[in-house]
Design a protein around this ligand. Structure first.
Ligand code: ADP
Length: 754
């Protein structure tokens, strides 16, 4: 370990000039240039590597680097623990003058008393007009900077009272406290901080182990001899009685190893070397606060505007190993205490690895769970598949139809249901052996062509085509008879769109075919007998007219020829006979017209209703004249209809309007037409006797008559014929009427030809 004494340095080694050159070298002189960055000098009383100074510099650099983008940070260590004195300061002044003369500094941070005092003395000469922030100064008096507006900062404050109170709380049997301090400025200041509050503890004997009285070896010896009931406070120890520099780290390690009683301290710089702890003055905090004040100045504040802080922050800090060594109850430590050297648990030591392993295990576990779930799901699916298959097999095997799966690519039956055996006598295996290509051998010769045509059609189909594949054919059973079968296959398509599987459902329709055949024969018979009946009716009706005509003629002859000899009663009988035979002829004629309507379909043409109606009016001219009817016919359209039938329809309706007129008022008839829902609606209105509403439907039935008029023959067929004609034209006929107030007969005829 290198140890330099101030005396040695002064007397023996360096001449003034040489000293300056060597100090330039020691302080890491480099030529500086003036540039635009923020330039800050950290001027430290002590040396680089010193446990108190290093955290200050580190904290300053950290704070300024964060706050300033373009920073040039210069650090100077005055090394006054090893070398000190006016001559040394004077040399330093020269060095700094040379070094910083061309450099325009923005700020100086001075740590501890020597740097502060150096600047008080030489700043105007070396660093004119550069603002200074000082920290860690024990020996401060406001008068020191009373006439200066370029200095601010804060004092070092040692909270010896809190530390001693805690020591006594943790070690209540304590009678003596040994205070260790050297003879440096810092040593005196620290010693004083204890002396100032010692009076507050009258029962405690404070014994001071001072650097001016003891060598380091003597100090160790004294500490070794401490007895129970004693405690020690280490403040600072760099030089001893012989003015030999010694590093605190070495001294503290030795003291801790040799002391039979716990040692406390006042600064966090000494923690971790065996000392228990205390309410500690923090070097890092000093650096941090000084830098923060510096930033305020860089931002434009004048140092004189920032008052000097009288106290610096301290906090309770302890070393875990020392606490354990002295068996100190952790629960007695103040809340928020910082404890260093807490052994990290296995978890803390391998936290990253543990989390990686845990994550991997977790991922693996998730994968395993997912796989298990998959297996369970698959098992469930398999079971439900088995169940579904069982159900489908039951359906297939119990179906009365033959269900077939035919592979169209291989031309092979994949499955034939057992119903085949019941219907054809063949087993599925036998038909599978015959195969789809040879199946035509057992198809009825008349049906082979249609059967094979359908197969060709199926094989040529493409996806999306859905032609009718229904077919009925006969198949020879095993016993040699034929059964009628029907099927309409469904197709399963391959990816290219060609039919791949044919699913057929073949049904035995033999009974249906027999029934159809029977029905066909019966229908044919019925049609034949109907036609025969119609023929007979026609002939009978036709032939009946002639004798009736002869009877009427002869009755008329008798009436005219023997009119003079016939008495009124005989004449009446002849009149009534003629009336009835005329009526009979009209009945037959109407009846024939009605049967004719059922037989022949209407011949639809485009007809001009105006012209057609003129024909009807001329037919009815005598009756119109005789009734004196006032007939208004609105313009009529061209319609699609059978002209003759339309004439008959209008004839019947107009004739009724005349026939059923009310003799108490002049007859008025009006024919109008309008369009509705794709139909022409014809409306024939009269002011005749009207119809009781309960007969509105019945009057259209065959032979329905509500009243008979003497002058007219009524057959009850006229409206039945009208209804038939309208219906043959896909129309409808209905009546609106009120008895005594006339009637309106409506009928519809589609506008478009149907
Ligand atoms: P017919 O005219 O031969 O009696 P229809 O079938 O033509 O037979 O008429 C059936 C019945 O409907 C008639 O008997 C009559 O009572 C009633 N009828 C038909 N048209 C009219 C009408 N315009 N006014 C009043 N009653 C009518």
């Amino acid at each position: 370990m290198a140890r330099f004494s101030v005396a040695g340095f002064n007397k023996n080694y360096f001449a003034k000039g040489a000293g300056i050159i060597i100090l330039l070298f020691l302080t890491g002189f480099t030529s500086v240039c003036v540039c635009s960055q923020t330039k800050i000098l950290s001027l430290n009383s002590y040396h680089n590597g010193y446990k108190w100074t290093d955290p200050i510099v580190y904290a300053e650099r950290d704070i300024f680097t964060r706050a300033t983008r373009d920073l040039e940070f210069y650090v100077e260590y005055m090394d006054t623990k090893r070398v000190s004195g006016d001559e040394y300061f004077s040399h330093l002044k020269q060095i700094y003058k040379i070094k910083y003369s061309r450099l325009k500094l923005d700020l100086i941070i001075a740590s501890d008393d020597d740097a502060f005092r150096f600047l008080l003395k030489y700043k105007d000469e070396v660093f004119p007009s550069v603002p200074v922030v000082f920290c860690g100064v024990n020996d401060f008096n406001p008068s020191m900077i009373a006439k200066r507006d370029d200095f601010t900062g804060y004092m070092e404050y040692l909270d010896a009272e809190s530390t001693i109170s805690l020591m006594l709380k943790l070690h209540p049997q304590t009678k003596r406290i040994f205070v260790i301090s050297d003879c440096t400025v810092t040593g005196f200041a620290h010693r004083k901080s204890v002396q100032d509050i010692s009076a507050k503890y009258p029962k405690i004997n404070f014994i001071y182990l001072n650097g001016e009285d003891l060598t380091t070896a003597m100090l160790i010896q004294r500490v070794q001899q401490l007895k129970n009931g004693s405690l020690a406070i280490f403040t600072v120890w760099n030089t001893d009685k012989k003015d030999v520099f010694v590093s605190e780290s070495d001294v503290i390690s030795l003291l801790s190893a040799n002391s039979p009683v716990p040692i406390y301290c006042l600064s966090d710089s000494w923690l971790g070397l065996g000392i228990v702890g205390g309410k500690l003055n923090s070097a890092a905090m000093h650096g941090k606060i000084a830098a923060q004040i510096g930033i305020e100045i860089l931002n434009g504040k004048k140092p004189s505007e920032i008052p000097v802080e009288q106290r610096s922050p301290n906090q309770f800090m302890f070393d875990y190993n020392a606490l354990k060594k002295w068996n100190i109850d952790f629960s007695l430590l103040p809340a928020q205490s910082v404890i260093i050297n807490i052994p990290s648990s296995f978890y803390h030591k391998y936290k990253r690895l543990i989390w990686i392993v845990v994550s991997l295990i977790l991922v693996q576990a998730i994968i395993i769970v997912e796989l298990c779930l998959n297996i369970i799901r698959r098992k469930k699916a398999e079971l439900s598949l088995v169940e579904t298959e069982r159900k489908f097999r039951m359906i297939l095997e119990n179906s009365s139809d033959i269900l077939i799966f035919l592979d169209l690519k291989k031309m092979k039956y994949e499955y034939i249901s057992p119903a085949l055996h019941k219907i054809t006598g063949y087993t599925p295996e036998e038909i599978t052996a015959i195969g789809p290509l040879n199946i035509k051998e057992i198809i009825h010769p008349h049906d082979i062509e249609s059967y094979m045509n359908r197969r060709e059609k199926i094989l040529g189909l493409k996806t999306g085509e859905e032609p009718n594949l229904y077919l009925e054919y006969r198949m020879k059973t095993k016993s040699g008879e034929y059964v009628w079968l029907s099927d309409e296959p469904k197709l399963v398509w391959d990816k290219k769109g060609a039919p791949e599987i044919l699913v057929g459902s073949v049904r035995d329709i033999t009974y249906k075919k027999i029934a159809e055949e029977k029905l066909k024969k019966q229908t044919e018979k019925l049609i034949e007998s109907n036609a025969e009946l119609e023929r007979y009716t026609f002939i009978a009706s036709h032939d009946m007219q002639e004798p009736l005509r002869i009877i009427t003629t002869y009755l008329n002859i008798i009436y005219e020829k023997y009119a003079s000899v016939l008495d009124p009663e005989a004449k009446n009988y002849i009149d009534r006979s003629i009336d009835n035979s005329v009526r009979m002829r009209r009945l037959i004629k109407d009846f024939l017209a009605l049967t004719q309507l059922s037989k022949t379909p209407p011949k639809i043409d485009c007809i001009d209703c105006n012209k057609t109606l003129n024909k009807v009016l001329s037919e009815l001219e005598p009756a119109i004249k005789e009734s004196g009817a006032d007939i208004l016919i609105e313009p009529l359209p061209h319609i699609y209809a059978d002209e003759n039938l339309f004439i008959t329809l209008m004839h019947n309706l107009l004739e009724n309007a005349i026939k059923f007129r009310d003799y108490n008022r002049p007859l008025k008839i009006k024919l109008s037409v309008h369009k509705s829902n794709g139909n022409w609606i014809f409306s024939l209105r009269d002011n005749g006797i009207g119809i009781d509403s309960k007969f509105k439907e019945r009057i259209f039935l065959l032979f329905e008559r509500l009243s008979t008029r003497k002058n007219f023959f009524s057959t009850g067929i006229g409206l039945a014929i009208a209804k038939k004609i309208v219906e043959n034209h896909n129309g409808r006929i209905w009546v609106e009427s009120e008895q005594g107030h006339g009637s309106i007969f409506h009928f519809s005829i589609p506008i478009i030809k149907e």
